[in-house]
Design a protein. Structure first.
Length: 407
């Protein structure tokens, strides 16, 4: 717990990048809105006056699944008592009209200072946190590819907004959805009279929250992927601390039910089956077609986790989630690859063709396998820092490496 220190506690979140819950493939499985809700319930007992805001970028791209995920985020954030969300590029990728609809769905305001549609500001310019001096606004960088909106320069917008405030009364907090370099540029543009009053918050690329050094005004990162809560106490000597949402924290019951509802919605909408697929003539045949010529290699691979990949996500009811299924089946995203367990049972798990490519031409006319010589660059398509942070190619490659038969 932060403890009874000077001034109010402002809890900052955001920059989840789609991680509404942790990927279960790696341990420890940190974060998740269900654990966040549990901890906030406990924290409010010690800090009943705490404030709670999000810098946005809950998502990284648009699409049906991301809308379903965003709506689950909104329901959980309603329950947790958020006071503001600053939509970022991830939210705007869902479409501005959709966000305008969702604005009324949430009980808390969306704040956005510099995004306009038809000459009107899309979201509320700012919101004051309770009766105190802290007033929150949101700023975004340019939004390429987002139709129907005009994004004003963040620096110009910040200066214009500050001119509407009172230096002696207000403590502005700017939720900025740009990168680190842009956040530093924004900080350097803060007028001198405001430099001991303004705090800038951005997402950041690292897991945990941190404060930049040598900036004109305080610039804080909330971290990434929802694994931490950032604690901001502006009046304290050490203004930023954090709490890591450990795997041992039980999920809050209502939010856990929301996540189960999200999972069920993915199943009901059959999003795995409906996932867009690239046309491919070369067919996937399954491991049985490999055994005849590559028996030794197949025996070597049989006991590996690759051969239990589908069962691992089915056990957690994540097999209806395209984001999970993509790395636990064979031929994901190809027209001749995995569709569903019922339609393509031979393509569940990470089989030979998941790495070597569709094998029909190789079997029929003995062409080379499509993906050629494999290595680390191929493995990290799934064993990436987000979903497999402990992956060590030098350690794991020998567990699945197999030379051509007879060599």
């Amino acid at each position: 717990m932060p403890g009874a220190l000077a001034g109010p506690l402002i809890v900052l979140t955001g920059n989840e990048k789609g991680f509404i819950r942790p990927c279960g493939c790696s341990k420890p499985a940190l974060g998740g809105v269900h654990r966040r809700a549990t901890w906030l319930e406990k924290l409010r007992k010690e800090e009943p006056g705490l404030h709670l805001v999000s810098v946005g970028n809950l998502l990284v791209h648009g699409g049906q699944q991301q809308r379903m995920k965003f709506e689950t985020f909104m329901m959980s954030m309603d329950l947790m008592g958020y006071q503001a969300l600053a939509p970022g590029p991830g939210e705007f990728s869902l479409g501005v009209d959709y966000l305008l609809e969702m604005r009324s769905f949430a009980s808390f305001p969306f704040v956005g200072n510099n995004v306009f549609k038809d000459g009107e500001r899309v979201f509320k310019e700012s919101v004051r946190l309770g009766d105190g001096p802290y007033i929150v606004t949101g700023l975004v960088p340019p939004l390429p590819g987002v139709a129907g909106v005009v994004v004003k320069d963040p620096v110009t917008s910040l200066k214009e907004w500050l001119r509407t405030l009172e230096v002696e009364r207000d403590r502005p907090i700017v939720l900025f959805n740009g990168d680190r370099k842009a956040a530093v540029t924004l900080a350097s543009a803060v007028p001198a009279v405001w430099r001991d009053r303004v705090i800038i918050v951005f997402g950041g690329a690292f897991d945990g929250p941190f404060e930049l050094t040598d900036t004109a005004v305080p610039v804080l990162s909330v971290g990434s992927k929802g694994r931490f809560l950032a604690y901001l106490r502006p009046e304290a000597r050490t203004r930023l601390s954090h709490f890591r949402l450990e795997e041992e924290i039980a999920g809050q019951e209502d939010v856990t039910m929301m996540l189960e509802g999200y999972r069920q919605s993915l199943a009901d909408e059959k999003l795995v089956e409906k996932y867009p697929r690239r046309p491919l003539e070369n067919g996937y045949l399954g491991d049985a077609s490999c055994v005849e010529c590559h028996e030794d290699s197949c025996k070597l691979l049989d006991p590996t986790p690759h051969e239990r990949a589908w069962a691992s996500i089915k056990a957690t009811n994540d097999h209806h989630d395209p984001e999970c299924a993509s790395c636990h089946v064979t031929g994901w995203g190809d027209s001749t690859g995995f569709i569903t367990e019922a339609k393509t049972p031979k393509l569940i798990n990470v089989t030979c063709e998941a790495c070597h490519g569709a094998g029909e031409e190789h079997v029929n006319v003995q062409t080379k396998t499509p993906n050629g010589k494999l290595g680390k660059g191929f493995c990290i398509r799934c064993h990436d820092p987000d979903n497999s942070p402990q992956f060590d190619f030098a350690k794991y490659w020998p567990k699945i490496a197999h030379p051509p038969e007879g060599k």
